[in-house]
Design a protein around this ligand. Structure first.
Ligand SMILES: Cc1cc2nc3c(=O)[nH]c(=O)nc-3n(C[C@H](O)[C@H](O)[C@H](O)COP(=O)(O)OP(=O)(O)OC[C@H]3O[C@@H](n4cnc5c(N)ncnc54)[C@H](O)[C@@H]3O)c2cc1C
Length: 448
């Protein structure tokens, strides 16, 4: 909106701006932890961010040698390298099958994202996108069995697909796995040097340079609190919109919003470490992100049970180890790590032991490296940011019925004149890519 010449006031409820893109010393002084998001393939490939030149405002992305490692109980690991050939070499007999699934999309990743990171409509590259969609619409488990013969390759693919925050038997979960693999080769899975907050800081500098103003620590309980404006864009999920707009919304729209389904929650740990994580498969130290589970069935059980409301004793764990590639994150010689597992929405159990057991399984001696830890349950996450309803980091479940028409068929528009939704509860999907806000702003500009 500011780029279009409008005068914009950004109102943030928290004391520190950034929402899902913040960092802080959560454990010990000198150890910088990303409170929410940390790994940014969607940011560097996003059509919105690609045009912002945030490096002018101090943003520096750090690209680990490999995007992802998935270690196995036999001491080996599958690795997502930038090079397709090197990745194939870690997948043994399934290297060729991986190539068949992914290779055709890598050179045209920008075309793919034009359509994948957009609300539903006629694709800009219809034949190419249909080729992707034919496989992406399937379940991750279905694709894993259709393409791969080895357990290792199936598990490797399943781990990437689990970023969909859905059981891997559900339609469209293959799409998340394919997209993250393609982006691993096309752009990598980078971190922000110095922590996620630096990305927010760079965005705010750009915003200020365009004349934007912002206030923090101003939590909006009702639309009546807002100063007069031609357009209001609300970065909230449906449950909050119901509270903020209250009875001004027609009953039928209120009913639709109240039927919106939230997804699984997250239980997150951050550690200050005396040493790097002692992976049994030493090549895991080349990767920024590490996925932890022994088999595809294990991931499927973990995701399905969380979806169905039961916490899993051996959860699928997503871990990132930014300080191996960014020495500004910890005092000299020390390290940080960040990990979470999916849990039932609003789950109030402690998953610390279950997550650390999974790390020990693939990195014996991990617990001896811990200098301090911070744990955040779904309720803690929601307290820090009310958009994380029940710990749901996706702004609502992204199953087929809520993937394209989010949160209702009117997408960004609400029945209230000049009031729009711009959060990850709108298309295309959760993640730090800015496209939900971009399309909300575009809709608002066109209509006014
Ligand atoms: C633990 C975790 C790990 C994640 N990892 C990744 C990752 O590695 N990569 C990735 O791409 N994505 C990741 N995500 C998802 C990503 O952070 C979100 O998809 C993204 O931040 C959503 O952006 P948003 O603008 O919709 O909401 P948010 O980033 O949540 O921002 C919403 C803002 O609105 C403010 N707000 C809400 N209600 C009010 C109110 N009533 N008044 C005033 N202010 C209000 C909040 O304080 C917040 O600052 C992760 C999320 C979490 C929680």
């Amino acid at each position: 909106m500011a780029q279009a010449g409008w005068s914009v006031l950004l109102i943030e409820g928290a004391q520190v701006p950034g929402g899902g893109v913040r960092s802080a010393e959560l454990t010990l002084p000198g150890f910088i932890h990303d409170i929410c998001s940390s790994v940014y393939p969607l940011t560097v490939c996003s059509p919105f961010f690609r045009n912002l030149s945030l490096e002018k405002y101090g943003l520096e992305m750090v690209f680990p040698q490999a995007a992802l490692a998935h270690p196995f109980d036999d001491g080996t690991a599958a690795i997502l390298h930038r090079s397709l050939e090197e990745t194939e070499a870690t997948l043994g007999r399934d290297g060729d099958n991986y190539r068949k699934l992914i290779a055709g999309f890598i050179p045209r990743w920008k075309d793919l994202l034009d359509d994948a990171l957009a609300p539903i409509g006629f694709p800009r590259h219809p034949f190419f996108f249909a080729g992707f969609g034919r496989q992406a619409i399937r379940s991750a488990r279905g694709i894993a069995y259709a393409y791969f013969r080895t357990e290792h390759a199936r598990t490797f693919f399943g781990g990437m697909a689990a970023h969909s925050l859905l059981p891997l038997e559900k339609l469209t979960t293959a799409g998340a796995g394919m997209m993250l693999a393609i982006l691993g080769h096309a752009v990598g899975w980078p971190f922000v040097r110095g922590g996620a907050q630096q990305l927010t800081n760079a965005l705010l500098q750009l915003f200020r340079s365009l004349g934007g103003q912002f206030v923090t620590g101003c939590f909006v309980e009702s639309l009546d609190q807002l100063p007069p404006a031609r357009v209001v864009l609300l970065d909230v999920t449906p449950r909050q919109l119901l509270k903020i707009a209250g009875d001004r919304l027609p009953q039928s729209y209120q009913r639709k919003l109240s039927r919106f389904r939230y997804g699984m929650g997250v239980f997150k740990l951050d550690w200050a470490l005396h040493h790097p994580i002692p992976w049994r498969a030493s090549e895991c130290a080349q990767a920024g992100t590490v996925h932890l589970s022994g088999t595809l069935d294990e991931i499927c059980d973990s995701e399905r049970s969380s979806w169905e409301g039961k916490a899993c004793e051996r959860p699928f764990v997503l871990l990132s180890q930014a300080s191996l590639f960014d020495s500004t994150r910890a005092p000299a010689g020390k390290h940080t790590a960040w990990a979470y597992c999916h849990v039932p929405n609003g789950h109030n159990g402690d998953m610390t032991g279950a997550i650390e057991n999974q790390i020990e399984r693939f990195a014996p001696g991990f617990r001896e490296c811990i200098a301090a830890r911070s744990a955040m349950s779904p309720a803690d996450l929601e307290r820090r940011n009310p958009n994380l309803v029940g710990g749901d980091i996706g702004g609502g479940a992204a199953m087929l019925s809520q993937l394209f028409l989010r949160p209702t068929a009117s997408l960004y528009r609400t029945p209230l004149k000049g009031v729009y939704l711009c959060s990850s509860s709108t298309p295309p999907i959760a993640g730090v890519h800015g496209m939900c806000g971009y399309f909300a702003a575009e809709t608002a500009l066109k209509r006014s």
